[in-house]
Each structure stands twice: as structure tokens, then as C-alpha cells.
Write a protein that binds this ligand. Structure first.
Ligand SMILES: [Zn+2]
Length: 467
């Protein structure tokens, strides 16, 4: 919890967008994912350089790699329309849409100048096609940032598979009909392979202990992909640690000291390409609290933190189901959202008019917000004071555990437990933005349950890969 947001609220569409994928195979329905030749569709990975400068964003393709093990989901009418960006492939002769998928980036577009290297995947076209990357704007409008030709014959080989050791942790069916989760580790020496496998089993256990993942276990394949690092542990400027690791996992600095991300996403994707995967969980062999995730990108967690259960279930939900953070850092009566842009995320909204979830309580729904804000603001100050004092991690973990219990008790007393409504305070804003229930894994520090809106979104994400 209290992970700094990559973006508080960037470009988003108006509600009711109801985008329907025309699809390259209009007759496709869930369950029909084979081609006429009986082969599952194969994928291609596009490595991108995403840059922001003086308010302007750009994308540049730096590499195209084959992803022969991955089966892209077939387009269908119920495909979630999530992500700040989307990639579309068109037939250059007819203009027919061949494939489309949404994604996020770990770049802060509000930064004066920033660059990120990310990867997106799509179906491998049979012949050269037109690839368009667009940014979601307000008013259900997408703005093209890249329009280029994608030639599948230029797709090089991916995945230095020889460097990876693969262990199946759960196998429930063919990759083209299951949600495939790949768990990778960073900052593990070759001699720490047994620890990585134990950590990966622990992380999978965390995920499948929570609904709806618990009841969907049979829809998942889980594979642990081990890539040794030259150093044990990961880079942490706060602790003045510099480590030489396979994926360059590193904590942020300053106010972002809790952001832990994989700086070398290309190496990460290369290693992950040794297995079919629909989502990536990266275990940083580190204790200090931290993590990050973005939709369709990797979720990264400090697996040795006392709060690693929370980090796994919270961060993976961002990556898999496009969920926004529901929490906010209260400050006085703010921060307030005063815009009119409805976020695309399925678990937050600006108004009941957008009706992303059924409400059984009147809107806005009363909850003990004043008490919560005062309590949480005090906690945040304590957390920051401990960090400023370079306190032992054990003290920080103790504070967080205590706060998790307090929050659970306080929110359970809100009088609205598990009643869907319109609870003010979400997506980084204290006012002007709403969530579906008083409590949720995306709101507080608890690890017991996702709210109904988040649960529905996770089901949709799993369904999209299992169709
Ligand atoms: Zn939720």
C-alpha cells in the first residue's frame, strides 16, 4: 500500500465507450481459437521506446521478436477495452482491423522528460500490415502516436531459453485455453535456485488463496522461470545497494522509494518468452517493501517483505485486470478530482451515471471517511518519518501490519460492509472519484478480498485468456 502512483489520472475515455472489436475473424467466438489449419494463432512481441517530452508523447519500435509459444486471445465482442494506449493492426489494402489490444506504460507522461522501454504483444500477421499505436483521450477519442508498417518477416528470435530453467507449478491444460502465469525472479544467484522455486510457490499460494483466483485455479497454468543473476538482491538507492541483476530490478528514489520495477524489460520478456505467458510476476529477491505494476506489463514485488502477500495480490491485479488503485493519500480535504474525464479502469468512477457496477446503496454512499482520512493521514506521516529516519525494515513492517489491522476494523465498522455503492475516495483522489465498496485489496492494506467491481474485472481478464 501507499505505492506511488505512476499516473494519478491520465487520458481516459468517457463511459459507455462500449468499443466492439470487429476482429479479423468475425465468426470467432470463445472456444474457437484455432486457425483453419488447426494451429493456434502465434504471437509477436514489439519492443517500444516510449518517450515524453514537454507534454508530447511518442512511440518508436526498437525490435520485433517472434513469440511462438504465446497464443494471443482471439478478438471477441466482450474483450475488455482497458489501457491508456492501444495497438491496432490493419490490413494495408482493405483497412480491415486485424487485431487490437490495450496496454499501459510505466512512463509518467506528466514528466518534463522521460523515456521507458516497454513491450506489447499481438497476433503475428501473415503479411506486412499497418500497426497503429494510439493514446486514449477524453471524450472516447484516441490519438495516433505511431503509424507504421509491421513486417512479420523481420521478427527475430526471442528468448535465450538456454539461460532459463523452467518448472511447472500448476498445469491445467493447453496454453491456448488457459491463463498462463509466468513467475520470474531477479537478484537470485545460481545457488539460490531452490529459494527462487520456494518463493515462486509461496507467491502462487498467495494469489490462489484469494477469490476470485481461488475458485479459478483450474483455469491457470503457472510456470517458474529461473534466470540467475550475478548478484544476490536488487539495486536500492535508499539502502545504497547496487546490484548486477538479470532484469535490473531497482527501487526508486526520493518520494518513489517504494516503487520497485524491472528496468530491463527486454531481458525480462526474452526470458519469459521461454514459456507461454499471459501475465508476468517478477519476484525481486529483496525484503524492503516495494513493488509496481501496469496493465499488460509485469508486476514486480519484493518477495521477502513481510507484506509480500499484499504486494502479490495487489500488484498482479493491476497488471492482469487493469485495476486502478482505489486508495488516496488524504491531505486536508484533498486531493480533489475536479475534471470530467471518466477513467477507463473498471473499479473507479467519477459518477453513478457511468454505472460500472450495480449499486445496492444510494449514491454517494456514506462511510466513515472522516475517521479513515484522519487515521490514514497519521499513518502515512509515520511511515514517511520512519523512512526519513532510515529505520529498520522490521519497524516499517510492524507499522504496516498494525495499520492493516486498524484499517480492517475501521472499515468493517463503516456500516456498509460489502454493500456496493458509490464510496467517495479512489484513484488517488479524496473527493470527486468513487469506488464500489468500503474496502478492497485495491483500497486498504488487507489481503482478504477484492470488491465486487474488481472481482468482476478479474473474471473478465481470466475469461479473455480462457476463451
Ligand atoms: Zn476494488
Amino acid at each position: 500500500m501507499v505505492l506511488p502512483r505512476r499516473r494519478l489520472l491520465t487520458g481516459a475515455a468517457l463511459a459507455g465507450l462500449a468499443f466492439v472489436l470487429p476482429g479479423c475473424r468475425p465468426s470467432s467466438t470463445p472456444g474457437e481459437r484455432k486457425t483453419a489449419e488447426g494451429e493456434a494463432p502465434r504471437g509477436v512481441r514489439i519492443d517500444l521506446r516510449h518517450a515524453a517530452r514537454a507534454g508530447a508523447e511518442s512511440f518508436e519500435i526498437t525490435r520485433v521478436a517472434a513469440e511462438p509459444l504465446w497464443s494471443p486471445p482471439a478478438p471477441h465482442r466482450e474483450a475488455p477495452d482497458w489501457g491508456d494506449y492501444r495497438l491496432s493492426l490493419y490490413d494495408p489494402a482493405t483497412g480491415t482491423l486485424l487485431w487490437r489490444g490495450g496496454f499501459d506504460s510505466n512512463l509518467d507522461p506528466a514528466a518534463a522528460s522521460a523515456v521507458a522501454a516497454i513491450s506489447v504483444r499481438c497476433v503475428r500477421p501473415a503479411t506486412p500490415c499497418t500497426a497503429v499505436i494510439e493514446k486514449r483521450r477524453a471524450g472516447a477519442v484516441f490519438q495516433a502516436l505511431l503509424d507504421t508498417t509491421l513486417d512479420p518477416s523481420n521478427a527475430g528470435a526471442s528468448a535465450p531459453a538456454l539461460l532459463s530453467r523452467i518448472e511447472s507449478l500448476a498445469s491445467n491444460g493447453d496454453a491456448s485455453t488457459r491463463f498462463d502465469l509466468a513467475i520470474l525472479g531477479d537478484g537470485y544467484l545460481e545457488s539460490e535456485h531452490p529459494k527462487f522455486i520456494a518463493d515462486a510457490r509461496r507467491a502462487a499460494g498467495y494469489l490462489f488463496s484469494v477469490e476470485p483466483f481461488a475458485s479459478r485455479t483450474g483455469d491457470f497454468n503457472v510456470r517458474a522461470v529461473f534466470t540467475p543473476s550475478a548478484s544476490s538482491g536488487v539495486t536500492d538507492p535508499y539502502l545504497e545497494h547496487r546490484r548486477d541483476t538479470a532484469f535490473r530490478c531497482a527501487y526508486g528514489t526520493g518520494a518513489a522509494e517504494r516503487t520497485l520495477h524491472a528496468a530491463n524489460e527486454r531481458a525480462l520478456r526474452d526470458a519469459a518468452g521461454a514459456v507461454p505467458y499471459d501475465a508476468l510476476l517478477v519476484l525481486a529477491n529483496s525484503r524492503r517493501y516495494g513493488g509496481s505494476a501496469y496493465y499488460a506489463g509485469p508486476a514486480v514485488v519484493a518477495i521477502d517483505s513481510a507484506r509480500s502477500r499484499y504486494l502479490v495480490v495487489h500488484e498482479l491485479a493491476h497488471a492482469i485486470a487493469g485495476l486502478a488503485d482505489e486508495y488516496y493519500l488524504p491531505s486536508g480535504h484533498g486531493p480533489a478530482y475536479r475534471g470530467n474525464v471518466e477513467p477507463w479502469h473498471p473499479n473507479v468512477t467519477t459518477s453513478e451515471r457511468h454505472a460500472k457496477w450495480r449499486m445496492s446503496k444510494p449514491a454517494p454512499t456514506p462511510w466513515n471517511k472522516t475517521e479513515y482520512d484522519a487515521r490514514f493521514e497519521k499513518y502515512v506521516k509515520r511511515y514517511l518519518a520512519l523512512r526519513a529516519a532510515r529505520a529498520d525494515e522490521g519497524l516499517v513492517e510492524k507499522l504496516m501490519q498494525l495499520e492493516a489491522r486498524r484499517q480492517r476494523g475501521l472499515l468493517a465498522n463503516s456500516g456498509q460492509t460489502r454493500e456496493p455503492g458509490l464510496y467517495e475516495g479512489a484513484n488517488g483522489y479524496s473527493t470527486g472519484m468513487y469506488r464500489a465498496e468500503a474496502d478492497c485489496i485495491m483500497f486498504s492494506l488487507q489481503t482478504d478480498y477484492y470488491c465486487g467491481a474488481c472481482t468482476g474485472a478479474i473474471h473478465r481478464a481470466i475469461d479473455a485468456q480462457c476463451a
